[in-house]
Design a protein around this ligand. Structure first.
Ligand code: 13P
Length: 255
């Protein structure tokens, strides 16, 4: 089963709209020839429209860092699927570990947000991953399994195939410590096996599972060379045109 790799940049709370536009334009020019990797960046809500306009006609998709499950109402600080659809937004990160850690997101809210995105035709990039403490206490698989079973509860097989998963071990995010290719592959294989149990082999084989956590130009090729790693969700190394374009080119060269 060949899955087209998807590499995306999560810009987190970085870049003004002007900076986002400049980066998108520079990136689009650098990666215009890359056809074998899908590409996206996720600016803040305030920058996303300007960035999307700057990316028009290029192979750089522009998405958002979150989506709420309610259609509208008293949810201060949140954005609904209709508001995203109005502007043609088609990609959204859901349940990043920073949202879980600082903003109280749980497997249940991640599940509701994932379903809301799918129902609206928006591709969710649903994030999972264990903390260092969970890994060191031997609970990695247990944590990943409950994030998958609870976070993806109620999805049809068809919806699962439209969902992109990002495995981001919390201990590797922003730390410079990358999971070794073997550690990452082991976790991805476990995730795919769990998807097989939940949705069947055909579906599990189609799901794109990104790795995230200190991915850089220098390690991306080895990571995505692993059998079950289908791309990357990149933080720090996606912020500068020269870093992210080098990363994308290195990835494209081995796909
Ligand atoms: P870093 O690449 O900065 O470790 O961040 C990873 C991440 O959280 C992407 O969502």
């Amino acid at each position: 089963m060949s899955r087209k790799p998807f590499i995306a940049g999560n810009w987190k709370m970085n870049k003004t709209a002007a900076e986002a536009v400049e980066t998108v334009k520079g990136l689009a020019a650098e990666v215009a020839d890359i056809k074998n990797v899908d590409i996206a960046v996720f600016p803040t809500f305030l920058s996303v429209l300007a960035a999307k306009e700057a990316a028009a006609g290029s192979n750089v998709n522009v998405g958002v860092q979150g989506v709420h499950f309610a259609a509208s109402g008293a949810y201060t600080g949140e954005v609904s699927v209709d508001m995203l659809k109005e502007h043609g937004i088609t990609h959204a990160i859901v349940g990043h570990s920073e949202r879980r850690q600082y903003f109280g997101e749980t497997n249940e809210t991640v599940n509701k947000r994932t379903l809301a995105a799918l129902d609206a035709g928006i591709t969710p990039f649903t994030c999972i991953g264990e903390t260092l403490e969970e890994r060191e206490s031997g609970n990695m698989e247990k944590v990943l399994e409950s994030q998958l079973r609870e976070g993806l509860a109620g999805l049809t097989a068809d919806q699962m195939e439209k969902t992109i998963l990002a495995y981001e071990p919390v201990w590797a995010i922003g730390t410079g410590v990358t999971a070794s290719p073997q550690q990452a592959q082991d976790a991805h294989a476990f995730i795919r096996q769990t998807l097989t149990d939940m949705f069947g082999t055909d579906t599990a084989e189609k799901v794109i599972i990104q790795y995230g956590g200190s991915v850089k130009a220098g390690n991306v090729a080895e990571l995505i060379g692993q059998k079950d790693i289908d791309g990357a969700l990149v933080g720090g190394a996606s912020l500068k045109v020269e870093d992210f374009s080098a990363l994308l080119k290195n990835a494209s060269a081995v796909c």
